[in-house]
Design a protein around this ligand. Structure first.
Ligand code: ZN
Length: 327
């Protein structure tokens, strides 16, 4: 198994390393990591990036896209706003805009000779993220995702392995082996499989309060998944224990969100909520090792969201130690 960390070409990361990829390489060596899973922005010049360290490319994610994909423009206007806002969100006003974005990312992932690409299979409306009441099913989201994927990734094209990542909202959740199989069978691109995100899976059980509960739960889910388990190539390792936050009054939070007129502030309230659910912190407990061993992936990605480069160092060290590495 190779250990790698999340990295991205956003200003935050690029500034930390002064846009110097040799210092990224020494950083990885220092922490005995084998490479990165790269969140690749479309405007960054990829010639600068050393191919040898890019193991995976994380494709972008539109949290709400089903209405847009189905051409239900009244709902899209209600959710997103003016035509200008819609273009800003999707890159255009027709569903082809999403397809084009993913095609460009696919080309860049091939140029970087990545081993795999990560695609989120999920749809969520902001309000529903507070109520956990959904008017769309896992199967509906999976079927629409299959349509997009088959437009972007042609059947006989060779390229990095396309891996589908679970979330806790409607789409791929790993709660049902047959639904996961439906996705795998529906996608025509040959080179495909799954990413299992530990926090996303934990969030399908809001009662989880300890690392031990988390381990027991993941073990149970994996047993229920049957053969699907063998298609999981990558683990996104991070920790959330949702019980405390989920026992708080969510309708109060929804009210705050709904009553906020300022768009920027409204988005902040939503992101605060999502970050409380999925804080992207290291799984700093020895059970992390047991969880990863249950899955036995090819790549274990330390997927955290540090605020400073010091925190990045600290998070990686914590994760290495939890997996049994000594410094
Ligand atoms: Zn993830």
């Amino acid at each position: 198994m190779e250990k790698i960390c999340h990295f991205s070409t956003t200003n935050k990361y690029i500034t930390w390393f002064n846009d110097d990829w040799s210092s990224v390489e020494s950083f990885l060596n220092k922490h005995k990591l084998d490479g990165i899973e790269l969140g690749l922005t479309l405007d960054y010049t990829i010639d600068k990036i050393p191919k040898s360290i890019v193991k995976g490319v994380h494709l972008s994610f539109f949290p709400m896209w089903l209405e847009f994909w189905n051409g239900d423009m009244n709902s899209v206007s209600e959710l997103i706003g003016s035509e200008h806002d819609i273009i800003e969100y999707y890159g255009g006003t027709s569903k082809q805009a999403i397809v084009e974005t993913y095609k460009k990312q696919f080309e860049r992932a091939k140029l970087l000779e990545a081993q795999y690409m990560v695609f989120h299979v999920c749809h969520i409306r902001p309000k529903d993220s507070f109520t956990w009441q959904f008017s769309y099913s896992n199967k509906q989201v999976i079927n629409a995702a299959i349509e997009i994927i088959n437009e972007v990734f042609p059947q006989h094209e060779s390229g990095p392995k396309l891996l589908f990542e679970n979330l806790w909202w409607p789409g791929l959740t790993f709660m049902d082996g047959q639904e996961s199989q439906l996705l795998l069978d529906g996608v025509k691109y040959n080179n495909k499989g799954f990413v299992l995100d530990i926090s996303h899976l934990t969030l399908t059980n809001p009662k989880i309060a300890t690392e031990q509960m988390c381990f027991n739960y993941i073990k149970k889910v994996l047993n229920n998944l049957g053969d699907i388990k063998n298609h999981i190539d990558v683990v996104h390792l991070n920790k959330t224990l949702p019980n405390h936050y989920m026992s708080q009054n969510q309708s109060y939070k929804l009210e705050r969100y709904s009553n906020e007129a300022n768009k920027v502030r409204k988005h902040q309230i939503l992101m605060e909520h999502v970050n409380k659910l999925d804080p992207h912190e290291p799984f700093d407990h020895p059970l992390a090792k047991d969880i990863v061993e249950l899955i036995n992936p090819k790549y274990c990605v330390y997927e955290t969201n540090p605020k400073t480069i010091n925190e990045l160092n600290y998070f990686i060290k914590k994760q290495n130690v939890a997996l049994g590495m000594s410094y």
